[in-house]
Design a protein. Structure first.
Length: 119
């Protein structure tokens, strides 16, 4: 990573060289050498910082993002839920996604868990 981009990443994250050194568990002098361009920064550090910057930009702090619709256009939600209209669990889909569908849903297969229903 070019030293300028490394400094830019730290600025976006609102970190200083000491913060990066503390996070990485490395001496501050080593991090300073990356920032000055005297030594190249390790690829793993570069990838990690870029991922942090990407996440920082994609997930702004609550209340800091711009809403996509105006507050004047938002009204109360109209929900009409009754007990009979609520869907039950989709057991076929649950079985299909299960790691061991036969063992979980077929009583012929015994499990190692204790049977507490006979107490």
């Amino acid at each position: 990573m070019i030293a300028g981009r490394l400094r830019e990443c730290l600025k976006i994250l609102r970190w200083e060289a000491g913060d990066l050194a503390a996070e990485l568990g490395r001496p501050q002098s080593e991090v300073a050498s990356w920032l000055d361009g005297r030594n190249p920064s390790p690829l793993a550090v570069v990838a990690w910082l870029e991922a942090l910057v990407k996440a920082h930009r994609a997930l702004p702090a609550p209340g800091r993002c711009v809403p996509s619709i105006g507050a004047a256009n938002v009204g109360p939600a109209k929900l009409e839920l009754t007990g009979s209209s609520l869907p039950g669990p989709n057991w076929a889909a649950i079985r299909a996604r299960s790691a061991a569908p036969k063992r979980l849903f077929n009583p012929r297969y015994k499990t190692s868990s204790p049977d507490i229903s006979h107490s």
